[in-house]
Design a protein around this ligand. Structure first.
Ligand code: ADP
Length: 492
C-alpha cells in the first residue's frame, strides 16, 4: 500500500499530524490504493514560505529556460502516460479510455505552455512626444496557490501549474483529498524535469485546514481554483481583503437545445455522451436537454434507450463505458438529487438508483438517469448534481428554449442541435455561457483554446490557450525618454 506525502522545498515530508486519509478505488471499495498523510497548518505555511524563498531566483530565470523544464515535464508525462492513466482510473474511477484522453489533453496543455515561454512578449508603443516611446513587460505575481478538484486530477492541475511556472511564479499545489496518487506522480514528474527546490510544492491535506492556511498566508498573491461555486466564492471572499487575485472555475448546469429540424440521432448521441460520459463528473457535463415539444417524444424515447445501453463497471475493463461516482459522499449526493427530482414532480424515465449486479456491488455505481417534464423551478433544474443524471425540459419554441437555457446562475458551456443557420447564430448571440458548441456535445476543449465560463461559473481571466498566461502575469509599463532634456510644456 502506498503512502502519499506532501512535497515541500524539494523534500517529501512525513507529516507530524499523525492524521491520514485512505485512498480508495471507487469501483471496488476493498481496493485500498494507499494512505495520505494529511499536512498540518504549520506544514502548509512552510510550503508557502519555501515557495516565497524560491521565487526570487525563479523569477530571474529567463522564460525560455523555464519553458525548457516545462517541455521536459511534457515529455516525461508522455513517457509515463499509460502508468498515469491507470493511476487515474484506479483512484478517480473514470474509464481507461477517458483517462487516456485526459492525459492527452494534459500533455498538450503542458507542451503549449512550454511554447508560450518564448512568446512572453509585450508591446512597444510610440509616444506623442518626440524621442520617447513606451513598452510593456509581463511579470509574475509571486507565490500562486493552485487548488484543484478530483474530477480531472491530472489535466486541471497542469493547466494551472504549467502557465503559473512559465510566467515565473512559484506554486503551492493543493489537490483534492481523494486524488492524491495522481498529484504525487505529477509532482514527481515536474520535479524530475528539473524544477529547483521550492518552485513547485505539493500540500496534501483538507481544504478547510491546509487549504485555508495556504490562503491566509500573506505571501500568496494569486489563487487559481477549480471546484464548487460554494467553495470558490468563499475563497474569493476570504482573500479579497488582501487584494489577492482570484481565478475560479466553478459550477455548471450546461444545457443542450434541441430544435425541430436537427439531426435527431446526432442530438441524442451527443447529449448522451455529454450527460453520462465521465459519469457526469465534468464541469462541462450536459445536465439539461431543452427540447421543442413536437420532437420531444422522439428525443426522450431515443435517449432512454441510449442511457440503458451503457455498460457500467470498473474503468480498467475496456468493456466499461461508465465508471462509478468518485466516493461515497458524491454517490450519496447524486442519489439525494434523484429523490429530490421525484419529490418535485419530475417524471423518472430510467435509472434513478444504485446499479447492482456482477462487478457493481462493491462500488459507487449509479444507473444513468433521465427525468422528463422537468421545469425550471425544480432543484434538479437549478443545482449542479455532478452525476449521470439528465433533465429533459419540453418547450414550445426557440424563444422559450432560450429563456429556459439562460435561466441559471451558471454559464459554462452549452450546445444547440439544428441545421438552420439563422437559429445557430441567434443561439450564439443569445446564449449566456462562456463556451458553446454547434451540433456537438457540451464537453471538450483543446489546449490552445481558452476555457471558462461566465455568471457564477467563472471569475478572472480564462484558463488555457492564448489567455493562459493572463492570470499569472502583471503588466509593467515602461516609459523611455531619450531626449536627455527636461520636458517642455504642460505635463499631464
Ligand atoms: P469538489 O466538489 O470538487 O470537491 P470543492 O469546492 O469542495 O469541490 O473542492 C475543490 C478543492 O477546494 C479541493 O481541493 C478542496 O480540498 C478545496 N477546498 C475546499 N474547501 C476549501 C477551503 N475552505 N479553503 C481552501 N480550499 C478548500
Amino acid at each position: 500500500m502506498a503512502t502519499f506525502r506532501s512535497f515541500i522545498g524539494g523534500q517529501w515530508l512525513d507529516s507530524v499530524s499523525g492524521r491520514t486519509a485512505p485512498n480508495i478505488n471507487p469501483a471496488n471499495i476493498d481496493d485500498i490504493i494507499g494512505e495520505t498523510q494529511l499536512a498540518t497548518r504549520e506544514e502548509a505555511r512552510r510550503a508557502v514560505e519555501v515557495a516565497y524563498e524560491a521565487f526570487h531566483s525563479w523569477k530571474r530565470t529567463p522564460p525560455p529556460a523555464r519553458g525548457r523544464i516545462i517541455a521536459k515535464a511534457a515529455r516525461l508525462m508522455e513517457d509515463n502516460k499509460e502508468e498515469l492513466a491507470k493511476i487515474l482510473t484506479r483512484e478517480e474511477g473514470k474509464t481507461i479510455g477517458e483517462a487516456r484522453g485526459e492525459l492527452t489533453r494534459a500533455i498538450n496543455v503542458v507542451e503549449f505552455c512550454a511554447g508560450e515561454s518564448r512568446r512572453m512578449t509585450g508591446e512597444t508603443i510610440p509616444s506623442e512626444l518626440p524621442a520617447n516611446f513606451a513598452y510593456t513587460v509581463k511579470e509574475p505575481h509571486g507565490v500562486v496557490a493552485c487548488i484543484t478538484p478530483w474530477n480531472f486530477p491530472v489535466a486541471i492541475p497542469v493547466w494551472k501549474i504549467a502557465p503559473a511556472l512559465v510566467a515565473g511564479n512559484t506554486v503551492v499545489f493543493k489537490p483534492a483529498t481523494n486524488t492524491p496518487a495522481t498529484a504525487v506522480r505529477l509532482t514527481e514528474i515536474f520535479n524530475e524535469a528539473g524544477l529547483p527546490p521550492g518552485v513547485l510544492n505539493l500540500v496534501l491535506g483538507s481544504g478547510s485546514e491546509a487549504g485555508d492556511e495556504i490562503l491566509n498566508h500573506p505571501a500568496v498573491k494569486a489563487v487559481s481554483f477549480t471546484g464548487s461555486t460554494e467553495t470558490g466564492l468563499k475563497i474569493y471572499a476570504q482573500v479579497a481583503p488582501r487584494g489577492v487575485k482570484v481565478q475560479a472555475e466553478m459550477g455548471g448546469k450546461n444545457p443542450v437545445v434541441v430544435l425541430e429540424d436537427c439531426d435527431m440521432d446526432l442530438a441524442v448521441e451527443s447529449t448522451a455522451q455529454g450527460a453520462f460520459g465521465s459519469t457526469g463528473q465534468r464541469c462541462t457535463a450536459t445536465s439539461r436537454a431543452i427540447v421543442i415539444d413536437r420532437v420531444a417524444d422522439e428525443f426522450v424515447e431515443k435517449i432512454v434507450a441510449r442511457a440503458k445501453s451503457f455498460n457500467l463497471g470498473d474503468g480498467s475493463d475496456t468493456n466499461t463505458h461508465i465508471g462509478p461516482s468518485v466516493d461515497e459522499g458524491q454517490f450519496d449526493t447524486v442519489l439525494k438529487y434523484i429523490d429530490i427530482g421525484r419529490e418535485d414532480g419530475a417524471v423518472l424515465l430510467c435509472g434513478g438508483k444504485r446499479a447492482s449486479g456482477e462487478g457493481l456491488d462493491n462500488g459507487y455505481f449509479v444507473e444513468p438517469t433521465v427525468f422528463d417534464k422537468v421545469t425550471p423551478d425544480m432543484r434538479i433544474a437549478r443545482e449542479e448534481i455532478f452525476g449521470p443524471v439528465l433533465s429533459v425540459f419540453r418547450v414550445k419554441d426557440f424563444d422559450e428554449a432560450m429563456a429556459v437555457a439562460n435561466d441559471s446562475e451558471f454559464g459554462l458551456s452549452s450546445s444547440v442541435f439544428t441545421n438552420d443557420a439563422n437559429n445557430i447564430y441567434r443561439f450564439v448571440d443569445e446564449i449566456e455561457t462562456g463556451m458553446t458548441h454547434i451540433n456537438s456535445p457540451t464537453t471538450g476543449g483543446e489546449a490552445h483554446i481558452p476555457f471558462g465560463g461566465i455568471k457564477n461559473t467563472g471569475l478572472g481571466a480564462r484558463e488555457q490557450g492564448s489567455t493562459s498566461l493572463d492570470f499569472y502575469t502583471e503588466l509593467k509599463v515602461v516609459y523611455v525618454d531619450y531626449t536627455g532634456r527636461k520636458r517642455e510644456g504642460n505635463l499631464y
